[in-house]
Design a protein around this ligand. Structure first.
Ligand code: DC
Length: 230
């Protein structure tokens, strides 16, 4: 197994959990509060998914996906703490936020070659320390030596409500039952894939955000982190 370098002077925070558990919003706030870099790893899988969608890559053919990876260059840039993701030089931060690409992301994330490439980039970023990284396998695989490991969860009902609310705000019409099914299906796929599925790290703190405000979750994570390092 590849050696994962520990950064004890500049510890990091790993946040994992299913879609809609509030990871990204909270991770961004925690990073801002602590002056850390926020890394949304889901955006990287979405970017590979976007490339495959745009270039009609057959996701059933692992060799074809592995070949496509050679043509994919991903860069993260930050604007006032907000992560922007670039695919071959183009900012795709908005383009990756649609449901079709979420599904592509979940599918490519089950392919070993894709995970290898993206985990390598993620570990390189984490080596400098002081990151708040969110995803599905951060505490279990990407930075298993993170000082604070959080597993954020929320009921399917609450996550469905949150997603519907987001779509409402964007003026996009939706069917709540379809949204619920999309969430459940993606959870099942991410939890049951063979390579680095979404699981709870043994030493993670589980926070159920169903009846918490974003600020409460943020505060809890910051306290957990500070409690661990001081
Ligand atoms: O967090 P998100 O919804 O943007 O993630 C999109 C997909 O990427 C998700 O369904 C599973 C995959 N993913 C993963 O397998 N590992 C990660 N560390 C992050 C995301």
């Amino acid at each position: 197994m590849e050696e994962i370098k520990m950064n004890e002077k500049n510890p990091s925070i790993a946040i994992d959990g299913p879609a809609g558990s509030g990871k990204s919003t909270v991770a961004r706030l925690v990073a801002k509060k602590l002056g850390f870099v926020y890394v949304d790893t889901g955006a990287m899988y979405r970017t590979v998914g976007l490339y495959c969608a745009e270039n009609a890559v057959n996701l059933e053919n692992i060799d074809e996906v592995a070949k496509a990876l050679e043509d994919i260059n991903i860069e993260l840039k930050y604007d006032d703490g907000v992560q922007h993701i670039y695919l071959n030089g183009k900012d795709v931060s908005s383009a990756i936020r649609v449901q079709r690409i979420a599904e592509y992301a979940s599918k490519v994330a089950a392919i070993g070659a894709v995970r290898e490439k993206l985990v390598e980039i993620q570990r390189e970023i984490a080596e400098n320390g002081k990151v708040v990284m969110d995803g599905r396998d951060i505490g279990t695989n990407v930075i298993p030596n993170a000082k604070a490991k959080i597993y954020l969860d929320a009921s399917v009902e609450v996550r469905t409500e949150r997603r519907c609310h987001e779509l409402e705000e964007k003026g996009i019409s939706f069917d709540k039952n379809v949204i619920r099914k999309e969430i459940v299906d993606r959870d099942n796929f991410d939890k049951n894939r063979k390579i680095n599925p979404l699981t709870i790290a043994k030493d993670a703190t589980i926070i159920d955000t169903s009846s918490m405000t974003i600020e409460e979750v943020e505060d809890r994570i910051v306290k957990l982190f500070i409690g661990e390092v001081i």
